[in-house]
Design a protein around this ligand. Structure first.
Ligand code: PLP
Length: 473
């Protein structure tokens, strides 16, 4: 494709994206395709160049029906995965420039714009100057890096010798059942092993880590010859947005030299609001932490911020220095390949920059506050209704709810009822929520925070909830 054809096709594509986004509220939220349907409807493998028009037609006819509309104002599933159009433009600029991030020299701007945008985000979330950041693809990768740093600190850089296999005492990692599954995966991938992941008890009401239980686990493990290496604390857990008490956890980690990684994947966005920062009080005492602008804040995937204080340790753990990547500026510049697992990196900071520059922090803060108020409104309706229950206190913008008319249902019958009404709503395409198990029983998460969700959509959802739950008893 030459430049002129690109210009024309690019204009067509932008028009197509704008029309598509406009059409989202009129589409079903959950993709209404059957397994294999998109595959079966794909056109034949191209054997000659086709027109942009025919490609866009295939997007309309084959791809769009297979898209669950997470930008829909009635999407309340998982966590918000906003993709602000300002950040989409930054993503297009990133791809369009065709940069290569393998060393500072391969694209000095990629490195330095990332340094600056990570620092802007640090300031916007009220973190101290002690932190330096980078952008990973996901919070899962960020958690893996945090656990690798912990592993290497606890084992005096075992990677430089026989690795974990040469250690006499197994390392231990502590988290709670409320932590995201990416923590367990990172523990497996880091070679620490499932049986060395300790699930610490939580507070029965808030589902946040119980620090006394953590201290007890560590004491018992030390007596049994284990080496406590890492605590992964949740700032906004996945099912119920629990906030582990960081200050109390840091009090336990510091004297034991245990690495504290904070997973704020979802709730990091809230820290743009000074009134929410008490929820991560103590974060300054952690060793690494990450959060996802690609969730509630709305910088399009993939954009996960990872901050660390001891950058020397970070580079000791992750640096490589092959001759073919050396340059005359080595030692004077940041080499982000030494900050994570992959070598080649995208210019991810571009979408964050475009997002901040074109939307502006004030508008972002106003939207986050709107969502908090909307979630509070829905929680008030649920709490005021005798047949509905809020299962945990509302901490941010995600509700954990259940319908139990007259309190008569329990066990299997309650589970069946919950899954029936939420399944009906989801399958209808009118709204989407994610059911999840809490303390052994199904409940429904309503995660408020799609860019286009206004109070009228919450009112519509509340009517739908009552209608479907009452009729499915
Ligand atoms: N941590 C928490 C608390 C999450 O809720 C999630 C995803 O929802 C993750 C980590 C994983 O995020 P990612 O998809 O960026 O790996």
């Amino acid at each position: 494709m030459d430049n002129e054809s690109f210009r024309q096709a690019g204009h067509q594509l932008i028009d197509w994206i704008a029309d598509f986004r406009q059409s989202v509220p009129d589409r079903p939220v959950l993709a209404q395709v059957k397994p294999g349907e998109v595959n079966a409807n794909m056109p034949a493998m191209p054997d000659a160049p086709q027109s942009m028009q025919s490609l866009l037609q295939a997007l309309d006819e084959v791809v769009v029906p297979g898209v669950t509309q997470v930008q829909h104002p009635m999407h309340y599933g998982w966590f918000p995965s906003n993709a602000s159009l300002a950040s989409v433009l930054g993503d297009i600029a990133c791809s369009g420039m065709g940069t290569l991030g393998i060393s500072w020299e391969s694209c000095p701007a990629l490195t330095e714009v990332e340094e600056v945008t990570c620092d802007w985000m640090r300031q916007l979330t009220g973190l101290s100057e002690e932190w330096q950041g980078t952008i990973h693809d996901t919070a899962s990768t960020a958690c893996l890096v945090g656990i690798l740093l912990a592993r290497e600190r606890a084992s005096a850089l075992c990677k430089n010798a026989g690795g974990l296999q040469a250690l006499e005492s197994p390392l231990r990692v502590y988290t709670t059942e409320q932590a995201h599954s990416s923590v367990a995966k990172a523990v497996q991938v880091a070679g620490i092993g499932d049986s060395n992941l300790v699930m610490v008890d939580v507070d029965p009401v808030t589902h946040a880590m119980n620090p006394q239980a953590l201290a007890d686990c560590i004491r018992k493990d030390k007596a049994a010859g284990y080496v406590p290496a890492c605590v992964v604390a949740c700032v906004g857990s996945t099912a119920v947005t629990a906030f582990d008490p960081l200050e109390a956890i840091a009090d336990i980690c510091e004297p034991e030299n245990i690495w504290l990684h904070v997973d704020a994947a979802m709730a990091g966005s809230a820290m743009l609001l000074p009134e929410c920062r008490h929820l991560w009080q103590g974060v300054e005492r952690s060793d690494s932490m990450s959060w996802n602008p690609h969730k509630w804040l709305g910088t399009i995937l993939d954009c996960s911020l990872f901050y660390v204080r001891d950058t020397e340790h970070l580079q000791q753990v992750l640096s490589t220095n092959p001759s073919y990547l050396r340059g005359s500026t080595d030692g004077q510049v940041t080499q982000y390949r030494d900050w994570g697992v992959p070598l080649g990196r995208r210019f991810r900071a571009m979408k964050l920059w475009f997002h901040l520059a074109l939307d502006g922090p004030d508008a972002l803060r106003a939207r986050l506050r709107r969502d908090l108020e909307n979630a509070r409104w829905l929680a008030d309706q649920v709490e005021a209704h005798p047949d509905w229950e809020m299962l945990t206190p509302l901490t941010l913008q995600t509700l954990a709810i259940r319908h139990n008319p007259g309190g008569k249902l329990s066990g299997d019958a309650l589970d069946k009822h919950t899954l029936r009404w939420v399944g009906e709503i989801n399958e209808s395409g009118a709204a989407f929520m994610s059911p999840s198990v809490l303390d052994g029983l199904w409940m429904v998460r309503v995660s408020v925070g799609v860019e286009s969700t206004e109070r009228e959509h919450l009112e519509k959802l509340w009517a739908l909830l009552q209608q479907h739950a009452e009729s499915s008893v």
